[in-house]
Write a protein that binds this ligand. Sequence first.
Ligand SMILES: [Zn+2]
Ligand SMILES: [Zn+2]
Length: 296
Amino acid sequence: MKMSNLHGNTCYLETRNAGLGLYHLNDKDVILLDTGLKETAEKELIPFFQENRFNLKGILCTHFHYDHSGGIPSLKKVYKPEVVFHYTENILTESSYNMYWISYSQKFKSYDLTLPEYKYYADHVIGDDQEVFSFFDQEFKILHTHGHSPYHISYITPDNVAYIGDTILGDKILDKTKLPYSFNIADDLKAKEMLRKIDCEKYILSHGGVYENIDTLIEKNIDNTLSKIELLLDFLKEPLSFDGFIASIAREFNVSEDISKIDYLQRCGRAYVAYFQDEKFVETIVKDHQICFRKV
Ligand SMILES: [Zn+2]
Ligand SMILES: [Zn+2]
């Protein structure tokens, strides 16, 4: 794992799976922005903190996805940091029923079975209208970049460095990803637009590294979503059931017939169908006892 100083007390931690932020309260006490996976915390962060004699005082989390907050339980055991989450993101992970609802899984217990150790409780929660969070006497600005996950938030450190989580993806990863995940397409587009209004020293992306300027990247991310909207809406020129719609996406992107991959497409595709319905781009009909969607 590599640590680089970005500006003032804010550093970037490059782990194998994600880019994280680290804010120094002093030589020893640090605040982490997202934790990465459970393995990241156990195999990379804890050894690194021990080697540098860092004391982890707090964790600011962008959203509940396990590649961002999966390291919390392991870090809690060693350092007992205070954990911060958006109020509703915290609720989502409190019960496997909530995860059932959000994951589109057919099994109530799938979440508990696949990620049994992934349970945490936030010590502080961020409210919907909250713009600043004071953490260990340091003021972190909150950006409500909802959409990638229901209440995804971004943080601006006191050094004016933005940690924007999954609001936008870096160049390379965007080119590679067939259909980037979004929970709410309309909110996600608004969140990407919101980033145009901030002016920070540096921007840390969870997947894509550090940028000094993200103007072109925001544009590229928005264009990517708009082109996916157009492509996916075209599949519905003929009425399709939800499963039929997902099968069309899978064929278009040559997705292998693997349950986890189709499950991922279902979660992504659901957001597009919801968006098409909300925007009245499709009508909902019943055909052969199946609910179908047709482009209007
Ligand atoms: Zn995510
Ligand atoms: Zn992520």
